[in-house]
Design a protein around this ligand. Sequence first.
Ligand code: SAM
Length: 237
Amino acid sequence: MTYSQINHPKGWGILKMKEKLKVLNLYAGIGGNRKLWDGDIEVTAIEIRPKIAKQYQKHFPNDKVIVDDAHQYLIKHYKEFDFIWSSPPCPSHSKIRMMASKAEADKDKNRNTYDEIFPDMKLYEEIIFLDHYFKGKWVVENVISYYEPLIKPQKVGKHFFWSNFIINQFRIKSRNHMGNIDELQNKVGFDLDGCDLGHRKDQVLRNCVEPKLGKHIFDCAFRIEQKLLSEVSGNSS
Ligand SMILES: C[S@@+](CC[C@H](N)C(=O)[O-])C[C@H]1O[C@@H](n2cnc3c(N)ncnc32)[C@H](O)[C@@H]1O
């Protein structure tokens, strides 16, 4: 069964069987969250770094990849989609980065510290915007923040998710964040050997949502209506 049959926001299955579900994948990275999505879908991915976008395109040749600012793209184009996933950059919300920017002793010794930064409120702009304007299903993903989140998320694994559907809990093995490049590649199932990403490979890999979790969430967005469809058609298969 395809997603468009299960729960197309424009109407019930049978009449819409040939219509693909239009998916917007914002802040796409190299596509960890998208890796295992399947079904009758047409994905548009937005990524600001050209070399990372190029890598995404290699992984997903059928997706439409656009090098652009995802935040601006969202407000201009949201009406064109049925499902929107957004993964805004997480450093300004991250516990690890905040702790490292407070490490005064390390600063004196010039060790691995960061400058202080304001938490980037585009995260909440997108959540509020999607919740009030967008008619389809949506999910915004980020790290577990160092502060009490301003809008209550669902916590799954090591992520916060805000969405307009219920995400069931999902057991996922350690993200192995401290692993080396080979281990990280194995974890997300991408081979970046010989690729020029213009960015640290380990960081790009750590940025990926685990593909199984990405699929679980995508499936959760459509599960309830999937049951309803079988009830409506009286078909238990
Ligand atoms: C957390 S990663 C996304 C990971 C992705 N969801 C996955 O599972 O693989 C965030 C990505 O957003 C990109 N990015 C940062 N600012 C952006 C912007 N304003 N517009 C589009 N992409 C942006 C970064 O280059 C990075 O690849």
